[in-house]
Ligand binder design. Sequence first.
Ligand code: SAM
Length: 352
Amino acid sequence: MRHALLFYCRAGFENDCRQEWEARSGQTGGWETAPGFALFKPGKGGEADPNPPAAKELIFARQMLYVLADVQLGDKDRLTPIVDALKAGKTPAFNDVWLEHPDSDEGKPLSGFCRRFGDIARKALQENNLIDESARYRLHLFFPSMNRVLICSVDPNLAASDWPMGIPRVRMPAEAPSRSTLKLAEAFMTLVPDAESLLKPGMTGVDLGAAPGGWTYQLVTRGIKVYAIDNGPMKGDMAIHPNVKHMRTDGFKFRPQNPVDWLVCDMIEQPARVAQLIAQWLAHGQARMAVFNLKLPMKKRWTEVERCFDLIDQILGAADIRYTLTAKHLYHDREEITCFLARQKAGNKRGR
Ligand SMILES: C[S@@+](CC[C@H](N)C(=O)[O-])C[C@H]1O[C@@H](n2cnc3c(N)ncnc32)[C@H](O)[C@@H]1O
């Protein structure tokens, strides 16, 4: 029997989560969606793709969990039905337990309850030998409401996110000139594989649509020299930093005299135009790695993502360039997704 799957996402993006999963896994079935999550119950017929995408590769899902039980809870004793369901399912012990709720207006009032109930639940699970630090799976108790819990499990090594609720904690640096800085910080933490080894002092970078300088800040604090391209003004330290060269010119026309290591782009523009621009930079060897945003339309977002990725594939394919492309709807993203594109060394397989 295939388990039901629970996806966490930004409220309003449940259908995008659903469309992505169906398109990439080939699975069909029933869906229940509510702000902040989508629950998928695989249909009986039809075989799934034997290689569904790994949870970490999903764009719109912050987390993906296997549902062990869907339990209704009374107002008084919420603990016994949970312990009973785990015992009835004869589940092995879990390495930890996380209590979570939808990241939505409806879900927010549940955060205090999850905190308080977490200690009680952990103690009861320990008393029932259901917690063992060396166990493989982590237990997630997801409360869509006070009266219902989805009992889920995941192997932390294969989970979409290492963070409770799938929300990374990113510190806002006091010196950064804009909150957009959090987006690039999150991208480096969660989207760029082995980021710290790819971001080295002495490297060079271009920031398209740089003002007031939040993304430039993330690069220069890592010792990277940056061409900041924007007609608007850079602010604070980013206006005077010796490693920042601000150029008031069109981000679609600017090209560096010498190739750079990093290209980052946060221009608010049509996504296909941005995808094409970034792919051309990499195809012409003007940058080796890029982080960029694709501002998505209100409708048919998944279709637009596929269109942009096809464009990138066509451009880099025509130049016979192998590449890695990963993308994520980050916690700090709103209507956009953030992508990482890198040229691969010769010999690697082309594709995403
Ligand atoms: C969302 S803001 C960038 C914020 C910036 N990443 C930060 O962290 O502070 C978008 C910027 O793109 C710039 N922009 C839009 N179109 C542009 C173009 N064609 N060339 C250069 N800059 C452009 C705008 O002037 C604006 O400053």
